[in-house]
Structure formats: structure tokens, C-alpha cells
Ligand binder design. Structure first.
Ligand SMILES: C[S@@+](CC[C@H](N)C(=O)[O-])C[C@H]1O[C@@H](n2cnc3c(N)ncnc32)[C@H](O)[C@@H]1O
Length: 421
């Protein structure tokens, strides 16, 4: 279906939004955009990018994420972080670095867990990597408990106060959390101090720009986005010859059977940076996302109001995403770190004891809470819902023997094994 559609997809919208006009100007001046350039503009353009000026989560938004579904998700990750620290870095100061924290719900649930471990809580600082001024404001309200601005936080265009542009590449915002630890905000991981850290990324890598390639009779061609001359909107086209991205990023094995490939160099840079930091300063990481191990191709898609949406229609009004290729990311780690997973969300959360946590919460739950807890548990763990499609992947310092982090440990995962091998 997709090569045929590729030639003919266009925006059916009648009124052009500002971002569409901007994209068309760019294309008119410099030629078709790569899908990566398009994704970057649509999601994070400072003026009208999808994430930049509003709350996009929950029933009133476009999609829901695991931390928003149930507190148990953040609690399991919080326990995982404390457990690794106790096993590997007990007594040492550590930065908790969360990439793409959304509404701050995961960070809030994790900080609540940390407050139950006073020795650990006294050693941490929280570092949030967030490009969106609106979301960083919502995160600050959640994490500080500053309810004065609650009304503003839930409005479509959240207030963007207390943000200072840092000139030295340091944090653009700092607040003391309601649990005690200091919270600092940065635009990129490169700005976060290089210290012993735990890196967490939940549904972050899937928001990073991908390049798309399609196999033709003449060889592999990059998929580009052009103005549709017959309609008002945009359409997919194929580059007539090699592009800088196809030369730099496309590595096709002779046994490749897919005819569509997606490559995410921005995610590779994050994994490379996390690997380098873990090697130099110590630490561990956990990434969770929609993902696969190199068997999927055309996963680029958009979500609007909880439904699939044409990614080229009304750019900036729908979330854009692509499944994470964990086998590609593994290549950007190193033999000198340990890599675990990807394993399914169901396995990770079950291994971490989400079933026991559910039982404990049910004991003091009201009837409404009981129903919420059960449905949240099912949504997070059931293979038909989020249990199978979401995967967990961890990079840690190299340990002796058969050490594997909690959650991964009953699988006896060796350094270079993925779940299926
Ligand atoms: C799909 S949301 C996930 C939110 C949250 N982790 C959750 O699970 O609810 C992606 C998050 O990453 C942020 N983001 C997207 N691209 C980014 C980038 N290039 N740098 C930093 N943050 C980014 C968005 O603003 C948003 O907070």
C-alpha cells in the first residue's frame, strides 16, 4: 500500500496553517524536505511546533502514555532506579536525568518513590531534558506542587514564565521539588553536567526525527516531502538519486528483505552520548518505547485525538512518531558497556513486581480506585494492549559475572543478546 500512497498523499485541509505555509516556503526555496527535517519542524519548531505550546496528553489531547495511565508505571521505574543504585553505586551522589518528561508525571511518581528511601533521596538531583517551554512549565507545576498556576497549566497555551535563556549552556530553569531534590531543565542532553547519572527516556526516542528510505528497481531512494502541485498540501516523493542522508546513514545488508527502512540518527547520537557518559562517569540507563529489533519498516505515523492521522495533513496539529529500531541503536553502544533488552513492557513490569504493587494498592482502594487500578494494570501489561508493543532497553557499566539489572535479570541476558536470541 505504501509506495502507491507515497506518490499521492496530500493535505485535505482547506485552510493552511502557519506551519504549513512555512514548510512550503522552505520547500520552494530549497527543494523537498527529508522526513527528518519535516519531523523536526512539525514537532519542535519554536513558533508552531506540536509540542511547544500546549498540553498534548490525556483524554483531551491526542494520546496517552504509560505514566499517565497508572502511578504503578512510575513506581516500578523508581524502584528500579533505587535498586540499581543500591547494587552498584550505594552512597554516591547521582543525577537522575529524564529525557522528554512530558507532563512530569513519571518524574513525580519516581520522586515519590525516592522519598521513601531517605538515604537515596539525599543523594539525588533531577535533570530534565525538555525542548518545550509549555511542557516545562507544566512539569514545574507538577514537581513543585505550586498550585497557584494550576489553572494556567491546564489551558491549551500554558504560561511560559520563569524561563531564562542560559548563555553558558547550563539549565534554563531550576526549581526545588516538593519532595526536596533540586530540578534543573535543559534543552539538550549535551548541556546536562557530566556526572554519575541514571538516564531515563520514556517515549522520547520515538519522537526524534527519522529518515525514510524505499527500495526501487534503481536501488534505495530517500523518501522526501514536496508540495503537491495539484492540491494545497504536501505529498511524499522519492529522491531521484542519492541524498546526503542516504550516503551517510543507509547501510543495507545483502539479506535485507524489507522494502522500507527508517533510520534515526538523532536517537543514535543520544545512545552514543549516554554510552560515553556511562563509560567516563558511571551510571545506568533505561529507555522504553514502541520498538522492534530491525524487522519493521514503514512505521512513521501521526496521532490526533487518539486516532491515526495523515502525517502530512495540518502539520503541527498531530503527534508524529516512528517505532524505535533497538538493533540499530545497539550498534552505537560499545563493547565496554553492557546492553540489556529489548524486552517487553509486560516482562519488565512483571519482573519488577507490578502484580504485588497492584495487590498492595487494592487493599486500601475505594471501588472507583479499584476499577482504575485494575484497568491501568491490564492496559500496561496485557500483550493485546501496551504489554507487547512497548520494549525496555538498558545500557549499564560493564559488570562482572552474570549481573543483569532488575527487571532484566530473570532472563539471564548476556551482553550481546536481545530477548529473542
Ligand atoms: C511522546 S512525549 C513523552 C512524554 C513522557 N515521557 C511520557 O511518557 O508521558 C515526548 C516528550 O519529549 C519531548 N521532546 C520531543 N523532542 C525533543 C527533543 N528533541 N529534545 C528534548 N525533548 C524533546 C516532548 O516535548 C515531550 O515532553
Amino acid at each position: 500500500m505504501w509506495p502507491h500512497q507515497m506518490q499521492r498523499r496530500y493535505s485535505g485541509s482547506t485552510k493552511e496553517n502557519d506551519l504549513l505555509q512555512h514548510l512550503k516556503k522552505r520547500i520552494t526555496m530549497a527543494g523537498p524536505l527529508t522526513v527528518a527535517d519535516y519531523m523536526k519542524e512539525v514537532l519542535t519548531n519554536p513558533l508552531s511546533g506540536y509540542y511547544m505550546h500546549r498540553d498534548v496528553f490525556g483524554s483531551a489531547g491526542d494520546f496517552i502514555t504509560s505514566p499517565e495511565i497508572s502511578q504503578m508505571f512510575g513506581e516500578m521505574l523508581g524502584v528500579w532506579i533505587v535498586n540499581e543504585w543500591l547494587n552498584c553505586y550505594n552512597g554516591q551522589k547521582i543525577q537522575i536525568v529524564e529525557l522528554g518528561p512530558g507532563r512530569g508525571t513519571l518524574a513525580d511518581d519516581m520522586l515519590r518513590v525516592f522519598s521513601q528511601f531517605p538515604e537515596f533521596a539525599s543523594k539525588i538531583s533531577l535533570h530534565l531534558v525538555e525542548v518545550s517551554p509549555a511542557l516545562s512549565h507544566i512539569q514545574a507545576i507538577k514537581l513543585t506542587g505550586d498550585t497557584d498556576s494550576d489553572e494556567e497549566s491546564t489551558s491549551q497555551t500554558a504560561k511560559e514564565s520563569n524561563i531564562t535563556e542560559s548563555e553558558d549552556g547550563g539549565p534554563y530553569r531550576q526549581e526545588k521539588s516538593k519532595y526536596g531534590p533540586l530540578v534543573s531543565w535543559y534543552k539538550s542532553l549535551a548541556e546536562v553536567p557530566e556526572q554519575l547519572s541514571c538516564y531515563i527516556g520514556h517515549e522520547f526516542l520515538d519522537a526524534l526525527p527519522i529518515h525514510k528510505f524505499h527500495k526501487t528497481e534503481k536501488g534505495w531512494r530517500e523518501v522526501m516531502i514536496d508540495i503537491d502541485p495539484e492540491k494545497e498540501g504536501l505529498r511524499f516523493v522519492l529522491a531521484p538519486s542519492d541524498t546526503p542522508a542516504s550516503k551517510a546513514f543507509l547501510q543495507v545488508s545483502p539479506s535485507e528483505e524489507r522494502s522500507n527502512l527508517e533510520v534515526c540518527p538523532s536517537a543514535a547520537i543520544i545512545v552514543q552520548e549516554v554510552t560515553k557518559r556511562i563509560l567516563q562517569k558511571g551510571g545506568y540507563s533505561l529507555f522504553a518505547d514502541y520498538g522492534h529489533s530491525g524487522e519493521k519498516g514503514g512505521t512513521f505515523r501521526a496521532f490526533k485525538k487518539h486516532k491515526l492521522h495523515d502525517p502530512l495533513e495540518d502539520p503541527g496539529t498531530a503527534d508524529l512518531t516512528a517505532d524505535v529500531d533497538f538493533s540499530y541503536l545497539r550498534k552505537f553502544t560499545s563493547d565496554t558497556v553492557s546492553v540489556f533488552g529489548p524486552i517487553t513492557q509486560e516482562k519488565f513490569l512483571t519482573n519488577m513486581g507490578i502484580g504485588y504493587r497492584l495487590q498492595a494498592l487494592l487493599q486500601s482502594a475505594s471501588q472507583d480506585q479499584w476499577a482504575d487500578l485494575i484497568s491501568g494494570y491490564k492496559m500496561l501489561t496485557s500483550p493485546e494492549q501496551m504489554g507487547e508493543r512497548f520494549k525496555f532497553f538498558s545500557i549499564t557499566r560493564k559488570h562482572n559475572n552474570d549481573y543483569a539489572p532488575a527487571g532484566f535479570s530473570d532472563l539471564h541476558v548476556k551482553d550481546d543478546n536481545s530477548e529473542g536470541s
